[in-house]
Design a protein around this ligand. Sequence first.
Ligand code: HEM
Length: 544
Amino acid sequence: SGFPSVLRNGLSKLGFPREILELVFNWVDGNEDYLKIPEAKGSISAIRSEAFFIPLYELYLTYGGIFRLTFGPKSFLIVSDPSIAKHILKDNSKAYSKGILAEILDFVMGKGLIPADGEIWRVRRRAIVPALHQKYVVAMIGLFGQATDRLCKKLDVAASDGEDVEMESLFSRLTLDIIGKAVFNYDFDSLTNDTGIVEAVYTVLREAEDRSVAPIPIWEIPIWKDISPRQRKVKEALKLINDTLDDLIAICKRMVDEEELQFHEEYVNEKDPSILHFLLASGDDVSSQQLRDDLMTMLIAGHETSAAVLTWTFYLLSKEPSVLSKLQYEVDSVLGDRFPTIEDMKKLKYTTRVINEVRRIIFSNDCFNHMLMFVLACFQTFCSKFLQSLRVYPQPPVLIRRSLEDDMLGKYPIKRGEDFFISVWNLHRSPHLWEDSDKFNPERWPLDGPTPNETNQNFRYLPFGGGPRKCVGDMFASFENVVAIAMLVRRFNFQMALGAPPVEMTTGATIHTTQGLKMTVTRRIKPPIMPVFNTEETTILLDQ
Ligand code: HEM
């Protein structure tokens, strides 16, 4: 089957009309006995039901690492095979784009780095990646510590008063405070108060979520969209966020102008270590619209994803007290009462494994939701062709691709223009790829081995994607989670509150719980700290 496909690609590159090529080559292909991708049928009504995810996993067990799922006029190829995922994301990534994702994300991210393709993506990626250098990450670890300390103070009050706390919203606020400072030097201070801008961010996020599960896009209906109080509120919120971003960009420009700038690779401004400051100082030549899109993209990408990891970690810890004890033992001996530093990140190995395992388990669920959202978004697109194009797909970490040319995936030839969904859920939970795949077991990766990533796990583990479009915030997010978890379990014990509602995942847009994570927080009666003696320090002490 190789030659016709090569010929076809060649002709297509020479500018032959695609329709004609398709007609001719379909006829030729029809005479070939190549393998056809297995096909499974779905229906819109199945998507609306709670149990939508389970069939997807069962379809994988029935049809294998790649199969076609058809919904009326639309079909997708579902990939659950590590080597095919690697081929699409890494080895032949040039032949794939983000496809429909760009349209769906337009509402909040515009041409930001996550949805962008082609030249815009290349230029923006090259500008943004250097901003997250080693020295920046070190500065961020300080920020993570301060922000988590604010949360600890809040929990201290709750522990004294004997009041239960809803941890999910606190984690959401913690990560919002962090990402605001980290990306554009804005202190949302949402852990302390509800300012207009904090409310605006949540209005937009909630709206994005609601829209993505609505079968009919009523927010696009003319007149209604202007008079509905709710839509007016959303519009005002978006405007407030955009105006705030414009102000922050202006303030930062002024700072950069006034500074005696000596820009170099590891440039950090002490007063404002944000990504925005780095970009402006680097002379990044970019429109303010593009800059705003990138900032907004990073705000969304780095906010709820990190909050979700924390929420599900504490939920799982409440179920596994032995894991919590082990964590506390490690944190006590590595940190004592200090704020975490970059050196500690390497030493907190067990803490890191816990996060790796939470990501394996929960990120996968996240992807279920993405699949759901994606199909619904396509459906919305389908029934709102005549309306203004405004579709929503709120959470960024999705492995959605469209083929830009014909390709071979394993033994199957595929055509240009196919929509792919790489099911991280199936990869992370596959009984063929993992031992006790449903079990929460941080020790599945030995502590003295490397931290698992997509490369050393051969693409069966993809919490941050892989290849050229891999997450730019992977190290940021990992350290943020390590610092927060270490500081919290060092000070407190966490248990599910008595009479707390059952913790379930929503099939909504994100990885939220249905009714929050209500916990009882108690101050730890600390065991004596067993410091791990560093010989150099000891010598210095003795010398004094
Ligand atoms: C891309 C996950 C935190 C910024 C991605 C992708 C995944 C992901 C899976 C790849 C999407 C694809 O291939 O289609 C996560 C998770 C996070 C996290 C699970 C937290 C636990 C962050 C943070 C930032 C960030 C903190 C910003 C500082 C981005 C950007 C991209 C991206 C800009 C697009 C990169 C590109 O296309 O070139 N993320 N992310 N992420 N992430 Fe993250």
